[in-house]
Design a protein. Structure first.
Length: 288
């Protein structure tokens, strides 16, 4: 049991680094994932994850696999797509989800094309799927800094964000802070997608954010409990995914997301607040 569950992290530094990075992503992504579900923006998060790819690709073309260049490029692209989708939704008959879908498809294709112009298939796979087992000190510091900024931001934004999520019209009339709150939330989303991109790649970065949050929503209807449970499930998925990756030679990022997916499937069946078994008719006791 020791050799299977503990030895990989005790014996290998790269496993410890991967676990620390995944923990930072899980803790910061939990509240974002829960609010994305409550705001019916789950697919928007996935679209935004792909939207950062052109900026990261431009950073790669300029400086290779440079963390600062790819991070700044990803941030710029993420914010640009988020703002542009809002502008398109207001200037045309398209709703924001449709405009975001179109922009993310163009962004994904453009990003893959840019990386392919200079890089090899290995570089393209690194950008798309990441490599959580190759996190260096610089990347870990970035993940820790983004997690700290995210949790601090949610501590400050929690009340107005809850109000804006549950009743945006009332918030707009009474405080007028709805737009500011929305922009701040999108900023935290983009930050965490860029952080996830460094470890899990653009195609997997949203997995550790959304799957634990969706699973937690099936167990409780309390917002604070859902956030805490999502973080706990994310930590479990990160640990189990890395253990499975080491034991059976699986790719580490997809293994973590698959572990989160397994927890989600279990929650779909057994979740007390919304699982499938909750709606089954209860057996009646014998009556006299």
């Amino acid at each position: 049991m020791y050799d299977f569950l503990i030895a990989p992290f005790a014996d290998f530094e790269f496993m410890r680094r991967a676990l620390v990075g995944a923990i930072a992503l899980a803790l910061a992504g939990a509240p974002i994932g829960v609010f994305l579900i409550l705001r019916r923006m789950a697919l928007s998060g996935d679209a935004m994850a792909h939207a950062i790819l052109p900026g990261a690709a431009l950073g790669y073309l300029a400086a290779g696999l440079s963390l600062p260049a790819m991070t700044l490029g990803g941030l710029a692209a993420g914010f640009a797509v988020a703002l542009l989708s809002g502008v398109v939704a207001r200037a045309t008959i398209l709703r924001e989800d449709a405009s975001l879908a179109g922009l993310y498809l163009v962004s994904l294709a453009l990003g893959v094309t840019l990386v392919s112009l200079r890089g090899s298939n290995v570089d393209l796979l690194h950008v798309l799927f990441g490599n959580v087992l190759a996190l260096d000190d610089q990347t870990l510091l970035l993940l820790a800094a983004i997690a700290t900024v995210t949790l601090t931001g949610f501590a400050l934004l929690y009340r107005p964000l809850v109000m804006e999520t549950l009743d945006p019209a009332f918030t707009a009339v009474t405080t007028g802070a709805g737009a500011v709150t929305q922009l701040a939330f999108l900023a935290l989303l983009v930050l965490n997608l860029v952080a996830g991109f460094q470890a899990l790649g653009t195609l997997m970065s949203v997995g550790l954010m959304m799957l634990p949050a969706a699973a937690a929503r099936l167990w409780t209807q309390r917002l604070d409990a859902a956030i805490a449970l999502a973080a706990a499930l994310g930590l479990v998925a990160a640990y189990c995914g890395l253990v499975a990756s080491y034991a059976w030679g699986l790719p580490s990022g997809p293994a973590i997301v698959l572990a989160a997916g397994f927890l989600y499937v279990v929650s779909l069946v057994f979740g007390r607040a919304g699982g499938a078994l909750r709606n089954l008719p209860k057996r009646r006791h014998l009556e006299a």
